[in-house]
Design a binder for this molecule. Structure first.
Ligand SMILES: Cc1ncc(COP(=O)(O)O)c(C=O)c1O
Length: 276
């Protein structure tokens, strides 16, 4: 969207902070990262990348939506800006669309306030009330999201119909040690490879009764979706392939329901995929 205003972006995998340093251009004005990332659940080193940005005299902005402020505090790790989709965990009840930006830089905060006031990109008072109400239970909700997601990720990793499971809480995850260091919990989002084709993935999603097949995430109710044809359908097939977003990839947002009921629901999905 920003390209039409003359803003150029260099997209890269930030797993190695040296790659971020090498990608810096004289015109670079901001480093923007998302960790854990959507939908591949990659974890990037906020402190190391903040250092790269600082050495170039520019700010680092971190989209910390998947982690929430309960599990990750990028400003304390050296980022200048943090953004959250309040649509997700902060509100937590799937009845608001909104976002928030936080900064440790007073001058930038003044600019953002002025922009909000003059451009008008602000949520309604009722939406603010809903997000504030959601925030009151954020801590307990996140504890339960993490507890359930951890159990489900471990179960998926043992399941015969499942290939790779992407969840930062699994020891097999390439960013596990980093997640342990910079987060106080691996979150409630899981992606995994279902063995088979689009037909199997479709049968899996159609069979679910508790997980709703829907985009968005971070609410009290569990959601399941297919990134290649839903959340990430607007990317070109080539970009999706380069990111590993294939026909077998499914993403789960683990809600607050009984974890046993969620496992039974997923098993119903796998059985349907097996018949497809
Ligand atoms: C990590 C992350 N950031 C930002 C957004 C955008 O959120 P919104 O739908 O509130 O604009 C999303 C939406 O999926 C997201 O997953």
């Amino acid at each position: 969207m920003l390209a039409q205003f003359g803003v150029e972006a260099t997209f890269l995998d930030m797993s190695d902070p040296a790659r971020v340093r090498a990608a810096m251009r004289p015109s670079t004005r901001l480093v923007w990262m998302e960790t854990p990332s959507n939908p591949m659940l990659k974890v990037f080193d906020v402190a190391a990348i903040a250092e790269v940005a600082r050495s170039h005299g520019i700010p680092l902005a971190v989209d910390s939506t998947f982690a929430t402020p309960v599990l990750q505090q990028p400003l304390a790790l050296g980022a200048t800006l943090v953004v959250h989709s309040t649509t997700k965990y902060l509100n937590g009840h799937s009845d608001v669309v909104g976002g928030a930006v936080m900064t440790s830089d007073d001058a930038l905060a003044d600019k953002l306030h002025f922009l909000q006031k003059s451009v008008g990109g602000v949520p309604s008072p009722f939406d603010c009330y809903l997000v504030l109400r959601g925030l009151k239970t954020l801590g307990v909700r996140m504890r339960r999201h993490v507890e359930s997601a951890r159990g489900i990720a471990e179960w998926l990793a043992r399941h015969p119909r499942v290939g790779r499971v992407r969840y930062p809480g699994l020891v097999s995850h390439e960013g596990h040690a980093l997640a342990e260091r910079q987060m106080s919990g691996p979150g409630g989002m899981i992606s995994f490879e279902l063995s088979g084709s689009l037909a199997q993935a479709s049968a899996f999603l159609r069979a679910l009764r508790i997980f709703a097949c829907a985009e968005s995430l971070g609410g009290v109710e569990s959601l399941a979706e297919h990134p290649a044809i839903m959340t990430h359908a607007s990317m070109s097939a080539e970009v999706r392939r380069s990111l590993g977003i294939g026909d077998g990839l499914l993403r789960l947002s683990i809600g607050l329901e009984d974890p046993g009921d969620l496992l039974a629901d997923l098993e119903r999905g796998f059985a349907a995929a097996g018949r497809a």
